[in-house]
Design a protein around this ligand. Structure first.
Ligand code: LLP
Length: 428
């Protein structure tokens, strides 16, 4: 469910015509819908009703401050994976106690930043990291609240590059080693064990892998308690998939029901780290058609958005629905079309052979479900400035990240001394 729909033949984001935003902001831009964010947050929360549950929004999915604040004001905590995301969450107004710090490689500086901020939980992924955290916490005279991320060796059956819970993946502590790592943690100063964490991957469209992983974790909780650890929190990670183009992932309600079954009687507070399921459908990438050409019998539509704006199709062969901002006639003939960006790589393709109604230069197209892992994964490749981001709420819209300028892109760079000044210096 989202709030992007045609009205009188025009695509609207809530009560604002997307074409009106394009006229004001230029293209390409990401457009986010507050009502959709609120809706998804509520649906996810409702699915957990009756459970002692905390929702820590996975900031990596969409790190815009306005998006984080929208969710924080609805009650969300935050799951962060870098010092930068931590600063974003705090700046957006997330309470430090509501912040979980995940990630396989937190630097000492990042750990120190998080300790000084007083965050709620560190999800530790190795004995080495535990030792670093212990030293830093003890030196400050504080205790870091720790869950160890356990790798349950479960295949989430999603894209290879976003699978994180199999033995061969780099994440977490292999489940057979968990008891040993907890024993070490318990002996370290500055470490307070609070729970166990698991996250097996992203865009997961079946319940079974979640169930298998959670069952393993529940078993491990029993063993850890038998070893004398006070396990009072279970962090079940994120990963619930969304429909991009015809997928049928389990609903949050089905997911919640399964969680209820697997964790019943365990007596733990549950933590969830959803990202995509909250923000995915709440955003579109709006782009203008630059040119349309016929290439060896194929229709090729060249957009002003590219893989530097939305990397997912190039990186994961992800299939995002694409729709014109002007509603096609009901009887419009659909023909196969390649929809591509202007970047000088053959992989800069949003869709190949996609049945599309007629499209012409200057038309606006919306690439759907771009709210998650869109703007956050963008880059300056081909020296293209970062796109603008816009947030809509009812009939209001505002720029929440303005388009980067070329001057800003160049501002971090400088000439070394031997290239600075006139051309004659150092000339052969
Ligand atoms: N928690 C942890 C520890 C994670 O690593 C992730 C995602 C999440 C929560 C949130 O997962 P979600 O609910 O959004 O599935 N760039 C890829 C997705 C990478 C996900 C990485 N970790 C993509 O565009 O599909």
């Amino acid at each position: 469910m989202d709030h992007f729909a045609y009205r009188d033949g025009e695509l609207y984001a809530e009560d604002v015509a997307v074409a009106r935003i394009a006229a004001a902001v230029g293209t390409p831009f990401f457009c986010y819908s507050t009502a959709t964010l609120r809706h998804h947050y509520k649906v996810f929360g409702d699915a957990l009703a009756g459970l002692d549950a905390t929702v820590c929004y996975a900031v990596k999915a969409n790190a815009n401050l306005a998006v984080i604040r929208t969710l924080a004001w609805l009650g969300a905590g935050a799951d962060v994976v870098s010092g930068g995301e931590l600063e974003r969450a705090l700046t957006a107004g997330v309470a430090p106690e509501g912040i979980v710090f995940s990630g396989v490689g937190k630097s000492r500086d990042e750990l120190a930043l998080a300790l000084d901020a007083g965050i709620g939980q560190f999800n530790v992924e190795s004995a080495d990291e535990l030792a670093s955290l212990s030293g830093l916490a003890a030196a400050r005279g504080v205790a870091a609240r720790v869950a160890v991320r356990v790798n349950p060796d479960v295949d989430p059956r999603t894209h290879e590059k976003i699978s994180t819970g199999r033995r061969r993946d780099k994440f977490g502590v292999p489940w057979p080693d968990a008891r040993g790592v907890y024993a070490r943690a318990a002996a370290l100063p500055g470490i307070e064990i609070v729970g166990v964490a698991v996250h097996i991957g992203s865009q997961i469209v079946r319940l079974e892998p979640f169930r298998a992983a959670f069952e393993r974790i529940v078993d491990i909780v029993g063993e850890l308690r038998a070893d004398g650890h006070d396990i009072r929190r279970l962090d079940l990670g994120g990963g619930l998939g969304v429909p991009y183009d015809g997928e049928t992932p389990p609903s949050p309600a089905e997911y919640g029901e399964m969680v209820r079954e697997v964790t019943s009687g365990i007596g733990c507070e549950l933590v969830f780290e959803p990202g995509r399921v909250i923000v995915g459908n709440a955003g579109v990438l709006v782009s203008r058609v630059l040119y349309v050409k016929d290439s060896a019998g194929r229709a090729v539509t060249v957009l002003d958005a590219a893989m530097n704006d939305l990397l997912r199709p190039s990186l994961y062969d992800a299939r995002h629905a694409i729709a014109p901002a002007r509603e096609p006639a009901a009887d419009a003939e659909h023909r196969p079309m390649d929809i591509v960006g202007p970047i000088c790589e053959s992989g800069d393709v949003f869709a190949q052979g996609r049945p599309m109604p007629p499209v012409a230069a200057d038309d606006l197209l919306s690439i759907r479900t771009a709210g998650a892992y869109g703007a956050v994964m963008s880059s300056n490749y081909n020296s293209r400035p970062l796109a603008a981001e816009v947030l809509v709420d009812g009939d209001a819209f505002e720029i929440v990240r303005r388009r980067q300028t070329t001057a800003e892109m160049l501002a971090l760079e400088r000439m070394p001394s031997w290239l600075d000044g006139g051309r004659d210096r150092g000339a052969a």
